[in-house]
Design a protein around this ligand. Sequence first.
Ligand code: F6P
Length: 548
Amino acid sequence: MVTHAPRCDQTATWAALRQHFDAQGHAFDVRQAFAHEAGRFERFSLQAPEVFADLSKNRWDADVRTMLVQLARECQLEARRDAMLAGAEANLTEGRAVLHTALRAPRGVGLFSDEVHDVLDHMLAYAESVRAVAGMGVNGFTDVVNIGIGGSDLGPQMVVPALDAFVHPKLRFHFVSNVDGHDLVPVLRKLHPATTLFIIASKTFTTQETMANAHAARAWFVANGGTDVARHFVATTTNLETAAAFGITTTFGFWDWVGGRYSLWSAIGLPLAIALGEQGFRALLAGAHAMDQHFATAPLETNLPAQLGLLDVWYRNFHGFTSRSLAPYHQGLRRLPAYLQQLEMESNGKCVDLTGAPLPFATSPVVWGEAGTNGQHAYFQMLHQGTDVIPVEFIAVKNPDYGPAPLPETVLVGLADQQRKLLANCLAQSQALMLGKSTDEALAEKAPTASQALDALTVARHRTFPGNRPSTTLVLEALTPTSLGALIAMYEHRVFTSGAIWGINSFDQWGVELGKALCSQLLPRLSSGDVAGLDGSTAGLLSRLRSV
Ligand code: F6P
């Protein structure tokens, strides 16, 4: 692993960027940039495999972009990337390689190819066997329940609805993650033991939530007449022995060099393999592999994940923007914000560098969002007129796909119109964020719902939009296994880029440990009521919550 590279804040380019920001960068106006810069859209657009990106509505110009690329070179982004792809211990604190890219390379290409493809072939053969008899009475399953949490849940949970048009029509998919029984019970209520397949997904096979739900599901299965645990429960894990002790004989393994939040390409993708079939799952991998090659070989100037990661650094460390909002204008991508929260915030929510030294600058932004157009009717008010500037990332999908089941012509005509409305909304929001509306413009308009008791200027001030609010728009031709694979891989490499610039370990997650340890200490106290030695607040709350 490259540990001798200078940290970003110790480079000459960082100082130059700071100087540039203080002198003029802070006042950059995207509207002015478009007025004075012919060809800005073309200059700040990129085509990567499957993903087109319009970066032109952002607060940067060619000088800033050049300096950011220079910063990346000083921080040895390319050497760090190459080391990771070559199997170096990029996860320094756990002494592990980081090789999710190996999971989507074709057979014969890259590291661990035989191991990876042997498990993949085995998993895909199993998936096809499930699909072949799906819905065929007691011989076939109708419902697949994935029990897992974090990286063992969020990827499949996000991808299944996204690729709804490609999902086996006779299978329903359910995802249970929370230790709260309110997650499991409503799912169980819909199931019949004879036609349900449970996938216990856990890299470690020790995670509290997953083990609790797995045991409860098995108890429900047996109590309701289920007879063949070995057929109805399978596991995706690196811990084969513990899975066997649970009574599971069908297990799909993976390796410690697959991080939880990077694991949907591994056996953790089993629900996807069942949902999409061999062809669909291989297409997902192929899309990701195409993006891997782009990230590995495209010059930083035209490298989409690198450019996005560098823009993130510019916004976080110079503009001081604390969050980024995601607005996928495709209902199927409604779980993408949750997926990216883990990917980005668990990876880059760190406050020390690779040597353990405290960082004097900010790292991961908060990532949040909601499918468009729904977000427009909730928090977009704040994006347009709030006091914080929050860069927004729009995702537009050009061609919809409602699945193979035929729809009446009258419905199709209406759906075509709905798609135009969806895209018009997407374009309008990024345009409105950028253009804003001056008080003079607001004064010149009639506001039918404004109070007659107020003078026109007061009303106009409330109806003023500051504008110059930055956004990026990503465009996919269609949402397919291939394009979604490429999109997810793009996000992975973007997170790697900003993490490498910041000089942090994007691949550990020690921050989840303390809460887990305290939870195991508090658990017996919830039964005993013993609050001795606890802080006053925890003692008070525990006494109040305790069931006797
Ligand atoms: O939240 C911490 C974490 O370790 C994640 O990184 C991981 O995805 C999740 O828990 C689940 O872990 P496991 O797959 O071992 O059950």
